[in-house]
Write a protein that binds this ligand. Structure first.
Ligand code: NAD
Length: 308
């Protein structure tokens, strides 16, 4: 077991949250030669990770972080991160570095960082963009908030998971950037689906519309990577939850509120995603958001059948 050394490059890494993103990201670290200790509240996921990918599995967060130079968290929300921080806190060695990679709430993360600083543990935030495919290939975009020295220390780990690392400010700044990125993604998805529904009613073919948009100025991430793949195909399985996207749009609104920035368009976007979570129920993929617009329109894209 290595002893955490302030300022040294991390070697032993506790990885908390072996979910859709955590699994492939932790796998990149194993592949890069780091000693990974996997941990998840769903204990069987961590055990399966250790068995199928490598490293070790720990029964709980405290056991995972004991002797770790670095701790990575990638959990659904800041509430879950708060629970994990409370569980691991006493077991963290002074000099350890916590890298919070969830799409969380900047003010909450600042609070965790301040609390941990009191015991000699540094924390930065480094949320990611690119989804499961780029987590698998190690090509995530990573937005980093924190002090320069800690960001440097985290770099060898982050380089194993992402290709675009951008240090955007102090603790919480990465998560503010991430929330605003997903606000744009969420709005782009929604307006795109509406355009496809309007076009279909006019007599245009939605699949052909996507091709035209991708060669025109209406192109966005949803026209390129979501509409044909997950909506028109009716697969709705991109690997990013509807509730998580709704949460991200809410975080963006919190940032708007905290900065007293008027954001009426964003507020409407948030209302629609939050309503879809209620209407469509738990456990849906975020691309199922199209079904919300389809219900409003009373018709489905592609097939012309009324949605259920
Ligand atoms: P997920 O629900 O697939 O995985 C989260 C994991 O955390 C689950 O395995 C869950 O059991 C575990 N967990 C919850 N609370 C825990 C705790 N206290 N201790 C240990 N484990 C705990 O979620 P995901 O899709 O991997 O997303 C994780 C984060 O990354 C979210 O903040 C999300 O917004 C963000 N994100 C997701 C994607 C994506 O495409 N899925 C892309 C970019 C960012």
């Amino acid at each position: 077991m290595s002893t955490p050394v302030q300022g040294g490059a991390p070697h032993r890494v506790a990885f908390i949250g072996i979910g859709n993103m955590g699994w492939p990201m932790a796998a990149r670290l194993v592949g890069a030669g780091f000693q990974v200790v996997a941990c998840d509240v769903a204990a069987e996921r961590a055990a399966r990770f250790a068995q199928e990918v490598g490293g070790e599995a720990a029964a709980d967060a405290a056991a995972a972080v004991r002797g770790a130079d670095a701790v990575i968290t990638i959990l659904p929300t800041s509430k879950h991160v708060g629970e994990a921080v409370a569980a691991m806190r006493d077991a963290l060695a002074p000099g350890a570095l916590v890298i919070e990679m969830s799409s969380g709430v900047p003010t909450a993360t600042r609070g965790f960082a301040e609390a941990l600083a009191g015991q000699g543990v540094a924390m930065i935030d480094a949320p990611v963009s690119g989804g499961v495919p780029r987590a698998v290939s190690g090509e995530l975009a990573i937005m980093i908030g924190g002090a320069e020295a800690e960001v440097k220390r985290a770099e060898p780990l982050l380089r194993a998971m992402g290709t675009t690392l951008t240090h955007v400010g102090g603790v919480g700044a990465g998560q503010a950037m991430k929330a605003l990125n997903n606000l744009m993604g969420a709005a782009g998805f929604l307006i795109g689906v509406e355009a496809l529904l309007i076009g279909q009613r006019f007599g245009l073919d939605p699949a052909q519309m996507v091709d035209v948009l991708n060669n025109s100025t209406g192109m966005n991430n949803s026209t390129q990577k979501k509409f044909k793949q997950f909506v028109l195909s009716r697969r709705f399985d991109a690997g990013f939850g509807l509730e998580l996207m709704a949460k991200d749009v809410s975080v963006a609104l919190e940032v708007a509120r905290d900065t007293a920035t008027p954001a009426p368009f964003s507020a409407l976007c948030r209302e629609m995603w939050a309503s879809a979570v209620k209407l469509l129920g738990p456990g849906m993929d975020h691309t199922a958001m199209a079904q919300f617009s389809e219900r409003l329109a009373g018709e489905a894209l592609g097939g012309g059948n009324r949605p259920g």
